[in-house]
Design a protein around this ligand. Structure first.
Ligand SMILES: [Fe+2]
Length: 364
C-alpha cells in the first residue's frame, strides 16, 4: 500500500490524489501556469444589501414576470444601460432572491457591460481565459456522454461558476452576441429549492459536511482537450455543503456536478454514493428549474450562491454561439446553522400573516 506513487501526490487540503490523468500527456505535466493562486479577499459589501426590499424604482421601470414558482424572473421594456445605481442595487437583490433575471434585446456592448458590472464588485478573471475583465462563452456541441469516458471533468455538467475559488463568484452576467436559431439554451436550477427538496434527515447530513470543490479536473481536461493553458495552478477548496446566502439569509445547497468531487468528512464509498445522489438530485429537480431560449441581445444575470447552471449541449453549428460573461467575487461561503430555508421562511411569514389577520379580526 505504501508503495503506491499516488500517495506522494495527495493534496494537503482535500486529501485526494492530485494526479487525475496519467502523466502520458506532457501538455498537462509540463504546463507551468503564469499566475499564482488567489489569496482570500474581503469583497466590498454586496450591493443588494443597499437595496429597498420592495424594489420600487426597478419595478416601476419594467414589466415583471416570474417564469416559474421557484426561480427566474423576466424584466421587459427596460434597458440595463438606462438603470440608475439605485435600480442596479434593487436588481442585485432581485437576482439573489429569484436566482436569475432575464432581459431581452439589450443595447449593451462589451465595454458598457464591463462598466455596468463593476457596480457589483471586483471583476473576476477566469483561470482559463486571457481577457481580464470578461470571459467569452461558447456553446457545447461535443458528445459529452462519450467525452466523459476519456476525461474525468463533466464538461456539460451543472455548476456554479468557478465554485472552487476561495472567494467564489457572486453575480454573473451573460450577454449573447451570436446565437443559432435553435439549440444552445441555458438552464438554471435553484439551490434554495434543492435544499428544500431534501428530507430533513438529508438536510442535516449535508449541513454537517464540506464539499470538496476542485479545479483539477477542469485544469487537466482543458490542457488535455484544448491544449490551452490555465493561468492559475489547480486548487481544491472545502466549502460548506449548505451555505447561508449572505444577502437573503436563506440556506442554499452548495454542491455541484462540475466541480465537486466528494465530501471532506466522508470515507470514499460514502462520499461517492452521496455524490451520485447529489448529481441525481440536481438532474431531477425540474420543479426548481428554468430554461432560457436565447436571442441575440438577451442578457441573463444570475447569483452563483443561489443557482447552478448548465448550457444544454446540442448539434448546432460549432462557433455559432458566442456570449460575453462578466463576474464578480463573492465572500467566502459560510453556514449559519441558525438560518432558515426558503420554505421555512415562507411558512413562518404565512403563519405571522395569519396571526395578524386573526388579531385584526378580533379587534374589528
Ligand atoms: Fe458557467
Amino acid at each position: 500500500m505504501t508503495t503506491l506513487e499516488s500517495y506522494n501526490h495527495v493534496s494537503p487540503d482535500s486529501g485526494h490524489p492530485t494526479i487525475l490523468h496519467p502523466n502520458f500527456n506532457s501538455r498537462i505535466k509540463d504546463w507551468v501556469p503564469p499566475d499564482d493562486l488567489r489569496k482570500e479577499v474581503d469583497p466590498p459589501k454586496d450591493r443588494a444589501l443597499f437595496a429597498d426590499p420592495a424594489k420600487k424604482l426597478l419595478f416601476s421601470a419594467a414589466k415583471v414576470t416570474d417564469l416559474t414558482e421557484s426561480i427566474g424572473t423576466l424584466l421587459e421594456d427596460v434597458q440595463l444601460s438606462q438603470l440608475s445605481e439605485v435600480q442596479l442595487d434593487e436588481l442585485a437583490l432581485l437576482v439573489s432572491e429569484r436566482g436569475v433575471v432575464y432581459f431581452r434585446g439589450q443595447d449593451l456592448t462589451t465595454d458598457s457591460q464591463v462598466k455596468l458590472f463593476e457596480h457589483f464588485g471586483i471583476l473576476d478573471k477566469h483561470p482559463a481565459q486571457k481577457e481580464v475583465r470578461h470571459v467569452t462563452i461558447k456553446g457545447s456541441t461535443a458528445d459529452y456522454r462519450r467525452d466523459s469516458v476519456y476525461t474525468p471533468w463533466p464538461q456539460a455538467g451543472w455548476h456554479a461558476d468557478t465554485s472552487f475559488e476561495i472567494n467564489p463568484p457572486s453575480y454573473s452576467m451573460l450577454r449573447m452576441e451570436e446565437h443559432p436559431e435553435v439549440g444552445g439554451d441555458t438552464a438554471w436550477v435553484s439551490q434554495y429549492g434543492l435544499f428544500d427538496a431534501l428530507s430533513p434527515t438529508y438536510q442535516k447530513l449535508f449541513e454537517n459536511l464540506h464539499a470538496v470543490h476542485t479545479s483539477r479536473l477542469q485544469y487537466d481536461t482543458i490542457l488535455d482537450l484544448w491544449g490551452v493553458g490555465p493561468n492559475r495552478p489547480p486548487i481544491d477548496t472545502h466549502h460548506p455543503a449548505v451555505i447561508t446566502h449572505p444577502v437573503t439569509g436563506l440556506k442554499a445547497w452548495n454542491v455541484n456536478e462540475g466541480f465537486v468531487t466528494g465530501f471532506a468528512e466522508l470515507k470514499k464509498q460514502e462520499s461517492d454514493k452521496l455524490l451520485e445522489f447529489s448529481n441525481f438530485h440536481i438532474h431531477s429537480a425540474d420543479d426548481h428549474l428554468v430554461r432560457w431560449k436565447w436571442r441575440v441581445g438577451d442578457v441573463a444575470m444570475w447569483d452563483n450562491r443561489a443557482v447552478l447552471h448548465r448550457v444544454i449541449p446540442g448539434k448546432y453549428k460549432a462557433g455559432s454561439r458566442r456570449g460575453v460573461r462578466t463576474t464578480v467575487f463573492g465572500s467566502k461561503p459560510r453556514l449559519d446553522p441558525e438560518s432558515e430555508s426558503r420554505e421555512q421562511r415562507e411558512k413562518r411569514l404565512a403563519g405571522e400573516e395569519q396571526k395578524d389577520n386573526k388579531e385584526s379580526t378580533l379587534h374589528a
